[in-house]
Design a binder for this molecule. Structure first.
Ligand code: MN3
Length: 214
């Protein structure tokens, strides 16, 4: 956790958790270089410009997203802050090791809340495919249960207090260089091969301890 912020750039572009070719060929290094180096960086740079000299720059990124959600006058700050947070989260949701599967407590809860791992994958795919235009598909904990949800544009379940476990970016910039318009092929590649179940398990454990603390 940072304790002091740079006045000109209070929000930082966190490094990727793996090398830019780590997900290739399913997600190419070229896609990652544009997606992280141009799109994600663009959101962080815009955000820093928008909050320069503003008390909002003192907040953590998560606090800033929650503070500006649904505030019309701050929609530009919200959109860039939420996209900065969503992308940080998304990179961690992806795992260069292939074919990781849910395990332990999370595996049991997937069976309880979705019926089976296959049913979970079907619902996650349907959410990613059913998002019209730009947005995100999510695995979240909502009122103690695992749920699949989707959000449009920059919106994020985190703003509404839900605990996120995994995200899939379905903006075209996430897949167009590799798959052109074939979102289904990209989504299948991510869900079958790239989901970071150890990260999801860590998020799940922390969501449960947050709930016990309530
Ligand atoms: Mn994106």
């Amino acid at each position: 956790m940072k304790t002091s912020k740079s006045p000109s750039a209070p929000f930082e572009l966190a490094p990727l958790p793996w090398k830019d070719d780590a997900l290739a060929p399913l997600v190419s290094a070229n896609t990652i270089r544009f997606h992280y180096g141009k799109h994600h960086k663009g959101y962080v740079d815009n955000l820093n410009r928008l909050v320069a000299g503003n008390a909002l720059s003192e907040l953590s990124l998560e606090q800033l997203v929650r503070e500006t959600a649904n505030v019309q006058a701050q929609s530009a700050i919200y959109n860039n802050a939420a996209q900065a947070w969503n992308h940080d989260f998304y990179w961690q949701s992806l795992n260069p090791g292939r074919d990781m599967q849910p395990s332990g407590a999370l595996k049991l809860r997937i069976a309880d809340d979705f019926g089976s791992y296959d049913a979970f994958k079907e619902q996650f795919t349907a959410a990613a495919m059913g998002q019209f235009g730009s947005g995100w598909a999510w695995l979240v904990v909502d009122a103690g249960k695992l749920k699949i949800t989707r959000t449009a544009n920059a919106d994020t379940p985190m703003a509404a207090g839900k605990s996120c476990l995994l995200a899939i970016d379905v903006w075209e910039h996430a897949y167009y260089l590799d798959y052109q318009n074939r979102r289904a092929d990209h989504v299948a590649a991510v869900i079958e091969n790239l989901l970071h179940w150890d990260f999801a398990a860590k998020q799940f454990a922390s969501a449960q301890s947050d709930e016990r603390a309530l």
